[in-house]
Design a protein around this ligand. Structure first.
Ligand code: CA
Ligand code: CA
Length: 387
């Protein structure tokens, strides 16, 4: 609405209008809010001509933001802590901040500091965990309470839980946390218990979840291809025991009544030594036999018994004590004959030296280790081997 009525004759725009930017002589409505004349955050409202101008705020009675007061152009922070009656709990200290105020609970108290919750007494950590959250039935599952000076504070909710450690912690739902469709292909999502925040995918009976493929697959029967001991000749077939799905199978015990021992995968004779597989010499003298520990098969033979020596072929042979340099030859002495026998040797007394006349005379000609029979000495005296 251009107008040229002016006492100076210079054309001008009416109140509330101004020349359009860029010239051309057009008068356009002045954007009175263009430069943001109101306090930050306060709405600027242009007023209609002819009065023009602007108003700040939607409520003319209270144009400033909450926590501030003024005309909307100038707004000053309200010092809520200035009066004697602050909005804080009696157990809290008021702290003024721009646009608001804080209520900080006194030492020994904890809470929001204002409102119906106010500041609650915060006991020592030794009493009811200082008011920090504790699981109602699981001892030790709790928000950690710590003491600094007279003030106690609560640590975060324990692993696998979320919420307010000063109020209530609740289990994290691993299924809600997981991406939608975390369990697909017919699987049902099952929340994993704390401390895990994960989940598991459960499949129908006989199936298990393939996490890579993201679907339920048939469980391969681990007993389909039995790896347990079988011996048709012995009539033995060790039972295969299938464990929980996905855990495979184990073999039952080897049947002791069939004379077998072992883990069921391999069965070996209960006692190979029972068959006396090691060397047995004269008079029952035998090398010791030790059964190998299961599941190993076999046995171990001890050294050759006394009077025998290793034959270099895994068995034992008699020691010829009467051979030259042998122990029997020395033991029998010059007046007794050494006779080798299996597992030992015998000494047989030789006839006395006929040049002697008495048992007192050089033992009657007998070997010192051999008795001289006085009673029969003379015509038919002889040396005898002492028992
Ligand atoms: Ca304030
Ligand atoms: Ca011998």
């Amino acid at each position: 609405m251009p107008s040229f009525a002016n006492t100076t004759g210079v054309p001008s725009c009416a109140a509330g209008y101004e020349y359009a930017a860029g010239g051309g002589g057009a008068c356009v409505k002045t954007d009175v809010c263009r430069d943001g004349p109101c306090f930050p955050g306060v709405l600027c409202v242009p007023l209609p001509p002819p009065a023009g101008g602007f108003a700040c705020g939607e409520d003319p009675g209270s144009p400033c933001p909450p926590g501030y007061e003024g005309d909307g152009v100038e707004c000053l922070d309200v010092d809520e802590c200035a009066g004697s009656a602050t909005g804080c709990s009696p157990r809290a200290t008021c702290k003024n901040i721009p646009g608001d105020y804080l209520c900080e609970c006194d030492d020994g108290y904890r809470g929001v500091g204002r409102g119906p919750l106010g500041c609650a007494f915060s006991g020592p950590c030794s009493s009811s965990n200082g008011g920090c959250w504790e699981h109602p039935s699981l001892p030790g599952v709790r928000s950690e309470c710590t003491t600094t000076g007279a003030r106690t504070s609560c640590g975060p909710c324990p692993a696998g839980y979320e919420g307010d450690p000063e109020g209530e912690c609740v289990e994290v739902d691993g299924c809600a946390l997981a991406a939608a469709g975390a369990c697909s292909g017919g699987a049902v999502c099952v929340d994993a218990p704390p401390p895990s925040t994960g989940h598991a995918c459960e499949c129908p009976d006989g199936m298990e979840y393939d996490y890579e493929a993201g679907l339920c697959v048939d469980i391969i029967d681990p007993c389909d291809d039995p790896a347990c001991f079988e011996d048709d000749a012995l009539g033995v077939s060790v039972e295969c025991i299938q464990l929980a799905p996905g855990l495979g199978a184990v073999c039952g015990p080897c049947p002791a009544e069939a004379g077998l021992k072992g883990d069921g995968t391999v069965c070996v004779p209960l006692s190979p030594c029972a068959a006396n597989p090691c060397f047995v010499g004269a008079n029952g003298a035998a090398a010791t036999c030790t059964d190998a520990a299961a599941p190993a098969d076999g046995y171990v033979c001890g050294p050759c018994p006394r009077g025998y020596e290793a034959d270099g072929e895994g068995s034992c042979r008699d020691v010829d004590e009467c051979a030259e340099g042998g122990a029997g030859l020395a033991a029998c002495g010059p007046r007794a004959a050494c006779a080798n026998v299996a597992g030992g040797f015998n000494c047989t007394a030789l006839p006395r030296d006929p040049s002697t006349t008495s048992c007192d005379d050089g033992n009657g000609g007998c070997d010192p280790l051999v008795g001289c029979c006085e009673g029969v000495f003379g015509e038919a005296g002889e040396c005898v081997r002492e028992p």
